[in-house]
Design a protein around this ligand. Structure first.
Ligand SMILES: *[C@@H]1O[C@H](CO)[C@@H](O)[C@H](O)[C@H]1NC(C)=O
Ligand SMILES: *[C@@H]1O[C@H](CO)[C@@H](O)[C@H](O)[C@H]1NC(C)=O
Length: 356
């Protein structure tokens, strides 16, 4: 009897101990930095540490993104820091970034939103090391920014669909299952892709006349479906060509526009002009743009590791971050798609820094 009691209390003790360990493990998963969702958070004012650089310490910001230089009078939009809900972001350190990437190459591939993020990263690095020498070259569709002392190349390959547009006898053909442009991506150590904004283009700025899938050539098709097919072609390229030991692959995520105030509870707004504050809190009233769902479902089918920079929600909250009339201006006028620099893409890069 005594022996039995001793044995059962021993078992009970053991079981309770085990449960305790399980509870600790589960709690750790909820709260640990490794498990923190960097893309869920709020924008907080931080006038001391932000912006990460001043426009005049980055002489190469293109006019399109140089809002302050183009006369934007309010500057509060440069003083916000992204605060994840469950942890803190490591502050960007340009010297550490370049040390980590010494001898390596990074390539942004995509449309002008990739150019926006590329310029932001080169500004962040250059202003961390203003005396470090750099060169800028352009070879056909690739711009190459080199930090010569570190032999780090930050490149931009303009490629708005990722799949090919080919000039043929009938006209320009957007080929959903051809990805010859990928030749330029070989041998790069870190690739950051993006495509979406050009899929909805129609009229004179649509850069193709026909769309082709397999042997079928069409005048047009559902654009979201075309976007999905192209992403699958790109995903198959990743699976067939990426060695995860050598190459890190990111997808920039869908960068949102702000042309419809109904989506941020200001129905009279038809653009982002005169927006000077972010949306408060961590959810956007208008919800996510539809391509986000398509992108995430395709990313789940890719076997090789691809990290999504899931910047949509944090950028949706920044209706104040676009150039509006302080971009290229002129007849193309209102820009509520790109982002002022310094500004929101600096946060995309700060998160990228936290992920590498
Ligand atoms: C860069 O060089 C200038 C002029 O030589 C010097 O005044 C400045 O302190 C240097 N800046 C940094 C960050 O080393
Ligand atoms: C703006 O968004 C609202 C709410 O989703 C929608 O009903 C409306 O059609 C949109 N307006 C435009 C011009 O797209």
């Amino acid at each position: 009897m005594g022996m039995y009691n001793f044995f059962s209390s021993f078992v009970l003790f053991f079981v309770i101990h085990l449960l305790f360990l399980v509870v600790i493990e589960v709690k750790g998963k909820g709260l640990g930095i490794g498990e923190c969702d960097l893309f869920k958070g709020t924008w907080v004012k931080d006038e001391e540490l932000y912006p990460l650089y001043q426009p005049d310490t980055c002489p190469f910001i293109e006019r399109e993104f140089r809002c302050q230089g183009n006369g934007r009078p309010d500057l509060m939009y440069t003083h916000y820091r992204w605060q994840p809900l469950a942890c803190n972001l490591l502050r960007f350190n340009g010297v550490d970034f370049l040390e980590k990437m010494r001898g390596k190459s990074i390539m942004f591939v995509g449309d002008s939103l990739s150019r926006n993020q590329w310029q932001s990263l080169t500004c962040m690095l250059h202003s961390s090391l203003p005396n470090s020498t750099y060169t800028v070259d352009r070879v056909t569709d690739v711009s190459i920014f080199t930090f010569t002392e570190y032999n780090v190349k930050i490149m931009l390959n303009r490629n708005v669909y990722l799949v090919d547009v080919v000039r043929e006898d009938i006209g320009r053909v957007l080929k959903l299952d051809s990805i010859e442009g990928s030749k330029l991506w070989r041998g790069i150590d870190m690739l950051i892709f993006n495509t979406w904004h050009w899929w909805s283009r129609r009229g004179p700025t649509q850069p193709w006349d026909y769309i082709q899938e397999g042997s079928e050539v069409m005048k047009d098709m559902d654009r979201m479906e075309a976007f999905e097919k192209a992403l699958k072609t790109w995903g198959a390229w990743v699976d067939a060509n990426i060695d995860p030991e050598k190459v890190k692959v990111f997808f920039q995520g869908i960068s949102p526009s702000h042309y419809n105030g109904s989506l941020w509870n200001e129905p009279s707004a038809k653009s982002c002009v005169r927006e000077i504050t972010p949306v408060a809190g961590s959810t956007y009233p208008g919800g996510l743009p539809p391509p986000v769902t398509v992108l995430k479902s395709v990313l789940r089918t890719i076997k090789k590791p691809v990290t999504l920079l899931d910047i949509t929600t944090l950028s949706l909250l920044r209706k104040d971050g676009h150039p509006s009339i302080y971009g290229l201006g002129g007849p193309t006028g209102m820009d509520c798609s790109h982002w002022c620099l310094p500004g929101v893409p600096d946060t995309w890069n700060e998160i990228l820094y936290n992920l590498i």
